[in-house]
Design a protein around this ligand. Sequence first.
Ligand SMILES: [Zn+2]
Length: 354
Amino acid sequence: MKKIVYIFLIFSLFIICSGFTNAFANNEEYYYTSTVEHLFTHCLIAYPEIAFKKTNPMRDNYNIDCITKDEFIKILNSLYQNNYALVDINETFKNKNGKIEKQKIKVPVGKKPLILSFDDVNYDHKKMGLGMVDKIIIDNNGNLATSTLINGKEEISYSNEFIPILEDFVNKHPSFSIRGAKGTLNLTGYDGILGYRTQSKNLINRQEEINKVKPIIKKLKENGWNFACHSYGHYHMNKISYEQFCEEIKLWQNEVEPLIGKTKVYVYPYGEWEVYANGEKSKKHIALENAGFELFCGVGMKTYYSYLPTKNTSKVLFMDRKVIDGTTLRKKDSNLYPFFNPENVYDYKFRPSA
Ligand SMILES: [Zn+2]
């Protein structure tokens, strides 16, 4: 009799265990219910020895607003070790009959979703030769790289800008990317995009530049990158008139949208936003909604991804982004610690000490 009980117990244990194994095997993903974090920075300081030279007019700006390539690599390693994994910002919201709603997203067990975005990415011609790369290119093997003129010679690199660095990092650590997502490029248009002078004011070789940038955009999209609008002219939203603001949107639609396609994400320049005026949606905000934007991103070190309410029922989906730059690293901003330790990341080798 005892033997039968034992056999029964062992058999039951086997059933339970195999059930658990199956449950884990089938349940490798879960719905993430907490707020999705969003970090952003600018183009990287590719040549810190040039950027931080005492005679460089951009030295202070770079030291305040930007991070170096080495800092970026350390940050990626730390994010990965802390179980963050990149997710496409467009997966986090949905338009349900005109109402923009947050979406729960599926992520692999053990991972926390993260959005990484990069502002401007135009490689402004006025700042060329001052420490950043000149442009994003595709090399002879079809890989994303950067091109920079150094002492009159073109230097092609894979390790001095966030695009090729992140490409390489995800190749080495595929679980850092959920469903192939990489980052969001928050573009402006006044000086073209990605280092190509695609703006209408370029009367010399605009079409040539458009032809050159198109395959790069295609490659970026294939590799999991997506795009957001960071305005056309990077103006202070509150300092321009409604008419100028509408003109701005038109320029974006005429010059950038035909290259990258429509995007639903709007990233306010300087993080300065205006959604309401006198308790109602402002005219400028309505113009943005009419242009197809659905998710609006500001800047804030506290996590915020929610709805901005109005007196009416119409709500606006708004997301704050934590800034990674020279200032937040130097200040050792406490909001960065869940992601990385700023002290370990800070580039003491190249940054000016005073
Ligand atoms: Zn910007």
